[in-house]
Design a protein around this ligand. Structure first.
Ligand code: SF4
Length: 327
């Protein structure tokens, strides 16, 4: 049976235990992700935005299996992979990391780095591994002779290409890209993004693209999910995200706050701004299960917002918002 979507997260929750000192025998639980529910269709790019500490990278680590989920289910092509260690399925989900230098072993040559997954998964005969590594380097926009050098001999953009070549070695169907361009110069960012889009088109790879850069997310994504303090608070199609009607369309108040941070090149558009959310630092409270997490910063807050956590409601075509304003 072919699943209707490539990746599906159902009520995924993650918490960590925190001990406050050596003699603390009753560690507290710190909830980082709260009931995250998301879908990524085949051959699509889903953008994930949100401020630092909102749980985006934790979500990425759960999807690729670097950490176990505390509760909830993750399905990949219809198979529950929440606890699955099956390498044949796991290899179809690869990750490109934020820092291209620390994600590559400085003691190994590029050949050793890229050939390692091929050897572990037995995907290529020994005699053909050098040819395969050369082919992957060329596909990632590098010359084949790069394979005999070490990571420190490359620039940041080239290292990110090496990380991508390593991910491509296992012929993945999904790449989780966690802030893949934030450590790069603007001109190099454009090259890496174009490479992602080329691979998406040529190989049909789906991407979960995590970034702070809203215009970049709008450029690459088909749909966009907004995360705030470990919850998905809005999911929308690309056309509703940063489009010219961004201030008149229905959006979560936090999403509007994000929009406010993006400069508008057109003065007529800035006149449409009728919204000014309170840019206060919300206190990190761990007991948000019965309230809206955005309540301390929201100028539209109502009595109900302190008592009931809002559920996701459909407000348009493929557009969902978790806010009591849209009940
Ligand atoms: Fe604001 Fe209430 Fe909506 Fe939360 S649920 S964003 S507090 S209006």
């Amino acid at each position: 049976m072919i699943a209707s979507c490539l990746l599906e997260l159902n009520n995924v929750t993650k918490y960590y235990s925190i001990r406050r000192g050596f003699f603390d025998t009753r560690p507290k639980e710190f909830k980082v992700l709260h009931d995250v529910t998301l879908r990524l269709e085949y051959k699509k790019i889903l953008g994930l935005v949100g401020e630092s500490g909102s749980g985006k990278s934790t979500l990425a680590r759960l999807i690729v299996g670097l950490e176990p989920v505390s509760s909830g289910r993750i399905f990949f092509k219809g198979k529950d992979i929440s606890c699955l260690k099956d390498l044949r399925i796991r290899r179809q989900i690869q990750m490109v990391f934020q820092d291209p230098f620390s994600s590559l072993n400085p003691k190994k040559t590029i050949f050793q780095i890229i050939s390692e997954p091929l050897k572990i998964h037995g995907l290529c005969p020994k005699s053909k591994i050098r040819d395969e590594v050369a082919r992957l380097l060329v596909e990632a926009g590098l010359l084949p002779d790069a394979m005999d050098r070490y990571p420190h001999q490359f620039s940041g953009g080239q290292r990110q290409r090496i990380g991508l070549a390593r991910a491509l070695a296992l012929d993945p169907e999904l790449i989780v890209a966690d802030e893949p361009t934030s450590a790069l110069d603007v001109s190099i960012q454009a090259q890496i993004i174009n490479l992602f889009l080329e691979l998406h088109k040529k190989r049909g790879i789906s991407f979960l693209f995590i970034s702070h850069d809203l215009p970049l997310v709008e450029f690459v994504s088909d749909d966009v999910a907004v995360m705030y303090q470990g919850r998905i608070i809005e999911i929308m199609p690309k056309k509703s995200f940063l489009g010219k009607d961004r201030f008149v369309e229905r959006h979560h108040p936090y999403t509007r706050l994000l929009f406010e941070s993006v400069p508008l090149p057109d003065p007529s558009l800035s006149q449409k701004k009728d919204f000014k959310a309170e840019a206060l630092e919300a206190s990190i409270d761990l007991s948000w299960d019965n309230a809206c997490v955005f309540e301390p910063r929201c100028k539209y807050k109502m009595d109900i917002c302190k008592k009931i956590s809002p559920e996701m409601k459909k407000v348009g075509d493929n557009h969902y918002i978790a806010c009591h304003l849209y009940n």
